[in-house]
Design a protein around this ligand. Structure first.
Ligand SMILES: NC(=O)c1ccc[n+]([C@@H]2O[C@H](COP(=O)([O-])OP(=O)(O)OC[C@H]3O[C@@H](n4cnc5c(N)ncnc54)[C@H](OP(=O)(O)O)[C@@H]3O)[C@@H](O)[C@H]2O)c1
Length: 250
């Protein structure tokens, strides 16, 4: 069961153009009784309007996660408004390249590290003083973390890093804050469009699952909401694979 008056900060939520793993609908599915705090790189107005129209109290702020000032503003604005943070979902990620690792340009390596790993750490450094006893942090990794495929090589490695980060931060932040991770299988969002919109590739992905389908944003939101909730109050340092039975684990 989720605590009432929980302040959830969802980092990296798209404002438009179809679904995202933690979309507007998914955010609502997390059943916030009162407060939800959204951030996005460019604009959150559309997401905020949709949530407010459904009676959800929500605050949105633009935050490019690699911008130190914007990260600080994100945390300060949340705390000014709500006085605390209970849950952080670190969802923002990029995958700018399909090159092999040996061919990946230095600027791309830097960007992957900066957005997918470093920014998540820096944001938590800013947020930690405001996290409540019983709070929860959830990283969004990927099933590719376990065996990065060729077309997602360095991206997959950054997601592997989140598995380690989850273990280390769970120890550092215990006992007041639980730190867990969700490793989604493939979901047809803008992010995975280059794979899932190709019939042949989509079919081969589906065939690797035991459930014979791609994941949905709702599947991922449900797992994330569970880890954020008090139902998961004895779970920390773990990664929940939500991949329809596709092969995973190191
Ligand atoms: N789709 C899949 O098959 C799949 C599988 C495994 C894991 N994942 C993971 O799931 C998470 C969400 O991805 P998605 O599939 O829902 O794709 P998506 O809709 O493209 O979401 C990616 C999100 O990251 C945000 N973002 C990117 N760079 C950012 C930055 N510098 N600052 C702030 N926000 C930034 C984007 O925000 P904007 O609104 O500003 O664009 C967007 O909300 C990612 O961590 C991804 O690695 C996805």
């Amino acid at each position: 069961m989720l605590r009432p008056l929980t302040v959830r900060t969802l980092i990296g939520n798209r404002r438009e153009r179809g679904p995202t793993l933690l979309s507007v609908k998914s955010a609502v599915d997390m059943n916030p009784k009162k407060n939800i705090f959204l951030s996005s790189r460019n604009n959150v107005d559309e997401a905020v309007e949709k949530l407010r129209a459904r009676g959800i109290e929500v605050l949105g702020v633009v935050c490019h996660v690699s911008n130190a000032q914007q990260r600080k503003n994100l945390i300060e604005t949340t705390v000014q408004k709500y006085g605390k943070i209970d849950v952080i979902v670190s969802n923002a990620a990029v995958n700018p390249s399909v090159d092999t690792i040996l061919e990946t340009k230095e600027a791309v390596l830097d960007k992957l590290w900066e957005i997918n790993v470093k920014a998540a750490i820096l944001l938590l450094q800013d947020a930690t003083p405001h996290l409540q006893k019983g709070s929860s942090v959830i990283f969004i990794s990927s099933i590719t973390a376990y065996q990065p495929p060729a077309s997602l090589a360095m991206y997959g490695v950054t997601k592997t890093a989140l598995l380690g980060l989850t273990k280390v931060l769970a120890a550092e932040m215990a006992p007041d804050t639980r730190v867990n991770c969700v490793a989604p299988g493939f979901v047809p969002t803008r992010f995975a469009d280059f794979l899932t919109s190709n019939d042949e590739i989509r079919k081969s992905i589906e065939e690797k699952t035991l459930l014979n389908r791609l994941g949905t944003t709702e599947d991922m939101a449900a797992a994330t909401a569970f880890l954020a909730s008090d139902d998961a109050s004895y779970i920390t340092g773990e990664t929940l694979v939500v991949g329809g039975g596709a092969p995973s684990r190191l």
